[in-house]
Design a protein around this ligand. Structure first.
Ligand code: UD1
Length: 417
């Protein structure tokens, strides 16, 4: 598996183009199971999670082709193999997004039960309970979730937590259910709104996406369409954090300020100057970041996916920062890696107390997950000497051209395969 070498360098400068959102495109790909025909998804990031989801669709009998122009062509024929095998689900948990579309489009689904991952245990109980409310039935056998649904029937579902994945499965299952499905306490992430826009384009009637109550009026038929994926807000935050650590002046082309407004306020308090432009965001930073308090929450709160990068900035702040992880309680494995670089972080339950240091110290570390890997690279921009990020593969799961984009801004980062 590849390694990244990072050395501290000059402040960053220039422009970086933000790619399409990983967490959106994976669900749009899953949604193509719903209706026969030829789909074109545009602004699709060239990342390995998209490759894995493509393999899953191919294993299900569909065809997937990446074009030169960052578009993905997907053809869904009349027959679909209703199975997501363990080899693929184990590589990428988001594979469970095919559960709702398979039940709606084929009437049955065999999907491997995902195990735990670097975030800790990640149950799918809410996915199953909400699909059961629409009339699906499930059995667990030999590590596979086996689901059946003669015909899904619209219902009112109250989620006990605004789960992104459960909301998405409900949207896709409800699109062709008989009658109306109402999702209360729905997740409000921009990726949910993108999925709703895609489904509506296919002929669905989804109202209220982006708010806590989503109403889906079931339709008889959906059709294949073309759609452009929203920009990746986590990639935006990654580059903002890089500017906060390395200093400099950068334009993030294609970034949507309205998807990261609370984050812009938080990073502003850390001393980063950010302003929206016609087609992106401009950011500038000089001097040491200021400490902040941050707690992760479902959207519009600060996303759990942002926290590792924000913690990398806090490690260098001029004072004590506090970070609380409310979404995935076990998501602190990267802290030990930052500590290897001289960060002063205390873990107290799901809280971090971070005493900023003036300089970190380059060290061999590991990318324990996608965002943790990005956090290591950011921290390394202000670490004396060389940092080697071992097992850097997870970074490629979620970032297109990570090394090229950062080095394009002047960072001293190279890949060693
Ligand atoms: C998605 C994102 C992930 C992001 C997360 C929260 C994708 C591919 N992944 O993950 O990057 O960090 O949203 O913004 O889009 N839970 C249950 N039972 C369930 C489902 C979830 O207990 O059936 C819990 C989880 O363990 C977690 C919380 O709910 O503690 C939030 O999970 P959820 O919003 O579902 O995240 P994902 O959709 O898995």
């Amino acid at each position: 598996m590849s390694r990244l070498l990072v050395r501290p360098g000059d402040p960053l400068s220039g422009e970086v183009v933000i790619s399409g959102a990983k967490n959106s495109v994976l669900k749009l790909m899953a949604a193509t199971v719903l209706a026969e025909g030829r789909y074109v998804l545009r602004n699709v990031p060239d990342i390995s999670d998209v490759t894995i989801m493509g393999r899953l669709l191919e294993a299900m009998g569909m065809s997937v082709r990446r074009r030169e122009d960052a578009a993905l062509e997907i053809v869904r024929g009349p027959d679909v193999v209703a199975e997501a095998p363990y080899e693929l689900v184990e590589q990428m948990r988001a594979s469970t997004a095919v559960l709702g579309p398979l039940l709606a489009g084929v009437g049955r689904a065999r999907v491997a039960l995902p195990g735990g991952d670097d975030f800790g245990s990640r149950p799918v109980d809410m996915h199953l309970a909400s699909l059961e409310a629409l009339g699906a039935s499930f059995a667990l056998s030999h590590g596979m979730i086996e689901g059946h649904a003669e015909k899904l029937i619209g219902a009112e579902v109250v989620l006990e937590y605004p789960s992104v994945g459960a909301t998405e499965n409900l949207l896709m299952a409800g699109a062709t259910a008989r009658g109306t499905t109402t999702v209360r306490n729905a997740a409000r992430e921009p990726e949910i709104s993108d999925l709703a826009a895609f489904l509506n384009r296919m002929g669905a009637r989804v109202l209220g996406a982006g708010s806590p109550t989503i109403v889906i009026e079931g339709v008889d038929e959906l059709r294949a369409v073309e759609h452009t994926v929203i920009p990746d807000r986590v990639e935006v935050v990654t580059f903002l954090a890089a500017v906060a650590v390395a200093g400099g002046e950068v334009t993030l082309r294609g970034a949507r300020a309205d998807h990261v407004d609370l984050l812009i306020e938080k990073m502003g308090r850390m001393g980063l100057r950010i302003s929206p432009e016609a087609d992106g965001l401009w950011a500038m930073s000089s001097g040491r970041p200021r400490p902040i308090d941050v707690a992760t929450l479902p959207y519009p709160g600060i996303a759990t996916d942002y926290l590792p990068m924000l913690v990398a900035v806090m490690c260098l702040a001029d004072g004590t920062s506090y970070a609380t992880e409310n979404v995935f309680a076990g998501r602190f494995r990267y802290v030990g890696e930052l500590a290897r670089m001289g960060a002063d972080i205390r873990v107290e339950g799901h809280h971090l107390v971070i005493d900023g240091v003036e300089r970190l110290s380059g060290a061999p570390v590991r990318a324990v997950d996608i965002r943790a890997g990005a956090a290591m690279a950011i921290a390394a921009l202000a670490a004396d000497g060389e940092t080697t990020i071992h097992d850097a593969g997870p970074i490629d799961r979620g970032y297109e051209s990570f090394v090229e984009k950062l080095s394009g801004l002047g960072a001293d980062i190279t890949r060693q395969d």
